[in-house]
Design a protein around this ligand. Structure first.
Ligand code: IPE
Ligand code: IPE
Ligand code: MG
Length: 250
């Protein structure tokens, strides 16, 4: 894959809500799970595109703590599917120098899926390339609630000394070793966060793409990066630059 050029800075950390698999399948007269199946190639293409673009961290939403509400058949398919994708793709990811990580909660998640996630983490832990975080059984509110409870416990036992700061909270999140999200992408035309990375995306730039996830590829990713690279991030600061009118002095 060629190395793309962008107008401005490439985001260090990109997060993606990979959405629209079900609609993609149903529109073709297929069942929802066929859409998930078609999403695998999109994911690999996007990972390759992120590496080519020089992105350091890519974090994707694969299964939310709310997705258990889906039909038992779809949930079962998604569990098996996450496990299979990891098994099928881990060597390729390893060859690309990708470090795989898992962010999510253990309760309810199938032990065989956890095993596969931990195997991929172990296999790729020394890699120095793209840090690829798969959010499986992830929900931002439970992540924060878990963090708060753990902080209270550690405060009571004296493990936390002094008051709790931004930095303390960061250390208790599932993404403790990741920087803030620079670019937050959601596919399929939906414009919502759906409980993904609330703390981490406080100052993210958002790009909402109409493309359904199975049709999303490295070119769409690069388009989103290009849009990001032209944005003016202020983080609360301001610049005073009155526009010069035609007749003005100088
Ligand atoms: C995203 O696609 C994949 C998961 C949530 C696992 P959806 O399955 O949500 O597809 P739509 O949004 O129903 O089209
Ligand atoms: C968010 O998508 C979760 C994942 C992509 C894994 P959903 O399709 O579950 O979100 P809602 O229900 O449309 O908000
Ligand atoms: Mg959806």
């Amino acid at each position: 894959m060629r190395k793309p050029k962008f107008t401005g800075t490439v985001p260090q950390h990109i997060a993606i809500v990979m959405d629209g698999n079900g609609r993609w399948a149903n529109a073709r007269g297929l069942t929802r799970v066929e859409g998930h199946r078609a999403g695998e190639a999109a994911l690999m293409d996007v990972i390759e595109g992120a590496i080519a673009a020089g992105v350091k961290y890519l974090t994707v939403f694969a299964f939310s703590t709310e997705n258990w509400k889906r039909s038992p058949d779809e949930v079962k398919f998604l569990m098996n599917y996450n496990r299979e994708v990891l098994r099928r793709r881990r060597d390729q990811l390893n060859e690309w120098g990708v470090r795989v990580r898992w962010a999510g909660r253990r309760p309810k998640l199938w032990p065989s899926v956890i095993d596969e996630l931990l195997t991929a983490e172990k296999l790729t832990k020394k890699n120095k390339g793209l840090v690829f975080t798969m959010c499986v059984n992830y929900g931002a509110r439970t992540e924060l609630v878990d963090a708060i409870n753990q902080m209270i416990e550690d405060k009571d036992s004296g493990k936390i000394k002094g008051s709790i700061t931004d930095k303390t909270v960061q250390k208790y999140l599932l993404t403790r070793d990741l920087p803030d999200v620079d670019l937050f992408i959601r596919t399929s035309g939906e414009q919502r966060i759906s409980n993904f990375l609330l703390w981490q995306s406080a100052y993210s730039e958002f790009v909402f793409s109409e493309v359904l996830w199975p049709d999303f590829g490295h070119k769409d990713l690069w388009q989103a990066i290009e849009a990001f690279s032209k944005r003016n991030r202020r983080f609360g600061k301001a610049e005073d630059k009155p526009k010069k009118s035609k007749g003005s002095a100088k």
